[in-house]
Design a protein around this ligand. Structure first.
Ligand SMILES: *Cc1c(COP(=O)(O)O)cnc(C)c1O
Length: 339
């Protein structure tokens, strides 16, 4: 048996820390209606399969984003939607272009599907030209971007969508915290798919629900590549409930996170750090020897995500923004560590 591709497992979070600021989930918790449904859930119904393509959830999302339900595909997290899009829209040997540094999972999915990944620096002066010259079947953009928190403007996204012959994925996992959604571009760009998730602002990471929005023909193909029965019946019910009855909780905690992010950024500057201006619920802080800094923080009971040699940035740690006491504890620990 000869395998040509090297497949690596995702470097999973180490866990075990008292304070976990490593995964950008909602540190204010879970929407009350979700907690209620899960704790009152009975086993009735779970001996049967959920609906194959989650039509009720798609209808609820369609109402929320104000598009037709045939423009929605859901998945087991938006990771599943990204993976299905790659599998459905490209062939082994094809190229996927990403604007780096960005979400590492996309490279992993592309690799598993046998695609080649080409990185274009988001700080390149000729970013748009480089992307359109490569003209790959899939271009991946992320705004606000993980791990930098920076956004792309709609004009840039629209130009890319117009210039390339393939599809453009715009990952909006953090759109509730800032930046401008690419949704209005769907009216004119039928090669655009926007992905979103219930894992971050919606406080439901453990349930694994995400979705994609795009032209019906594109969505149909992604859904075919995805396959049936991906969202569990409990997850579907909770996601619908939150969209219909608890969206204020989501909006309020997202607003609180935005305010906390600005405060946190100021405090980081006060202790001499140079955080990158973020529009997400996390902040990327360039530091020398990030893995050592992250180990030192771990010794103090705090988990962050460390990155080495990021394009144009170098080593850095990414820190999720949470409630005041957590942020104070982090600032005190970081000040000690970098002193
Ligand atoms: C967290 C994250 C996701 C998705 O997560 P799911 O939990 O699979 O929905 C997607 N894209 C980016 C950029 C993320 O940071």
């Amino acid at each position: 048996m000869t395998m040509t591709r090297t497949l690596d497992r995702y470097a999973e979070a180490q866990g075990g820390c008292e304070l976990d600021l490593s995964d950008n989930t909602n540190l204010w918790g879970t929407p009350p209606s979700a907690a209620r449904i899960v704790s009152n859930a009975t086993s009735a119904g779970i001996s049967r399969y959920p609906s194959a393509y989650s039509n009720e959830l798609k209808a609820a999302i369609a109402r929320y984003v104000k598009v037709d339900a045939e423009m929605i595909v859901v998945g087991c997290g938006s990771d599943d939607v990204l993976d299905s899009t790659i599998r459905g829209m490209a062939e082994p040997g094809d190229i996927l272009v990403e604007v780096s540094p960005t979400f590492s999972m996309v490279r992993a999915f592309a690799n598993v599907s046998g695609l080649r990944v080409i990185d274009v620096s988001r700080y390149s002066a000729s970013l748009i030209t480089s992307i359109s010259t490569i003209d790959a079947p899939i271009t991946y953009l992320c705004s606000p971007n993980n791990p930098t928190g920076e956004t792309l403007d709609l004009e840039m996204i629209e130009t890319v969508a117009r210039e390339v012959s393939g599809i453009v994925i715009v990952d909006e996992a953090y759109i509730d915290f800032g930046g401008e959604s690419a949704l209005p571009l769907l009216a004119t760009c039928d090669n655009l798919v926007i992905t979103r998730t219930f894992s971050k602002a919606f406080g439901l990471a453990g349930l694994r629900v995400g979705y994609g929005i795009g032209a019906p023909a594109l969505i149909k193909r992604i859904e075919a590549a995805r396959g049936p029965y991906k969202v569990t019946s409990v997850a579907e019910r909770v996601a619908i409930e939150v969209l219909d009855n608890d969206i204020d909780w989501v909006r309020n905690t997202a607003r609180t996170a935005r305010i906390a992010r600005e405060e946190f950024t100021r405090e980081l500057e006060e202790i001499g750090a140079s955080p990158i201006k973020s529009q997400a619920n996390f902040v990327l802080i360039p530091v020398k020897h990030a893995s050592v800094v992250s180990d030192d923080l771990r010794d103090r009971g705090i988990a962050v995500r460390s990155f080495s040699s990021l394009e144009s940035i170098g080593d850095a740690i990414r820190v999720t923004v949470g409630p005041r006491p957590e942020m104070t504890r982090f600032i005190e620990a970081l000040a000690e560590v970098i002193a």
